[in-house]
Design a protein around this ligand. Structure first.
Ligand SMILES: C[S@@+](CC[C@H](N)C(=O)[O-])C[C@H]1O[C@@H](n2cnc3c(N)ncnc32)[C@H](O)[C@@H]1O
Length: 268
């Protein structure tokens, strides 16, 4: 089959299931990956496999094992969340607020490592730690760290952030996009998310604010004077996070590009 024949077949099979824009976008992924294969038997086999995965609802990023984020391309697997556009916005906010000064920071719940790797690629005088409870996610973060040659500035740590056994540090900046969905919301979330993305990355166990309460204590005890904390939040609980942090620090709510309350920035 020629690439044009694959395209015609792809459009015909996808049109009952996806919008015109989705088909256009998915086809670009298919085309790029088909063109990277050389043997015709392999091309047809892979094409069929990818198409059946797409029809099963599997996100395109998991089918091909990568995701675009900010200016970069990260490996993702079923052990890591697919990085979201809102999180790109979080990185932009942090970069805009911090131009030249050297900073030492930590990313709590790093997944693929997309946040610290983006920040370190953009700021050559910063150093970060990246913590995650998932060993498998950290293997992916490690490969992404090596891809961008950041092993000398990014240390990966396998730890449960909710347990009180973290070593004491003096960070200038803490960043986190923690799990922030209550299990009761599960039925409201798209199947492609709940069926394919790691639940450990999405859901809290019971208290919707549990990570933010832990971040409050961690920020109080492990940062320098004038330190900053940047968090992504659930739009319905952004105000609660602001109230929590304003008890001791100065916290402000920031909307995402869709005008939803999404981020909280705290200064000591
Ligand atoms: C919402 S995902 C964010 C991933 C990545 N930072 C991003 O923005 O794409 C939350 C991450 O927190 C990790 N996580 C969940 N519970 C944790 C815990 N108790 N301690 C440390 N990390 C945890 C998950 O494994 C997941 O990688």
């Amino acid at each position: 089959m020629t690439i044009q024949e694959f395209k015609a077949d792809f459009q015909e099979k996808c049109s009952p299931h996806f919008s015109h824009d989705e088909i256009q976008s998915f086809w670009q992924w298919f085309k790029e990956n088909l063109e990277s294969l050389s043997h015709s038997i392999e091309i047809e086999t892979e094409y069929k496999k990818w198409l059946s995965e797409l029809m099963s609802g599997k996100p395109i990023q998991y089918i091909f094992g990568y995701s675009f984020f900010h200016k970069y391309c990260f490996e993702v697997t079923s052990d890591t969340l697919i990085p979201r556009p809102e999180t790109e916005e979080l990185c932009e906010l942090i970069l805009k607020a911090n131009l030249n000064s050297p900073l030492t920071g930590i990313d709590i719940g790093t997944g693929s490592g997309c946040i610290p790797i983006t920040l370190l690629c953009e700021r050559s005088n910063w150093e970060f730690k990246a913590l995650d409870i998932s060993k498998e996610a950290l293997k992916v973060a490690d490969r992404n760290t090596k891809k961008y040659q950041l092993s000398n500035r990014l240390a990966l740590v396998n730890q449960n952030f909710l347990e009180n056994n973290l070593s004491v540090n003096n960070y200038d900046i803490i960043v986190s996009n923690p799990p922030y969905i209550h299990p009761e919301e599960k039925d409201l979330i798209a199947n492609r998310v709940t069926h394919f993305e790691p639940h450990m990355a999405l859901f809290v166990t019971n208290n919707i604010l549990e990570f933010y309460i832990a971040l409050f204590d961690y920020f109080a005890q492990n940062t320098n004077p004038n330190a900053q904390l940047w968090m992504e939040t659930h739009q319905d609980y952004c105000d609660d996070v602001v109230v929590l942090f304003n008890k001791k620090f100065t916290a402000k709510k920031i909307e995402d590009l869709s005008k939803n309350p999404r981020f909280v920035n705290v200064v000591k």
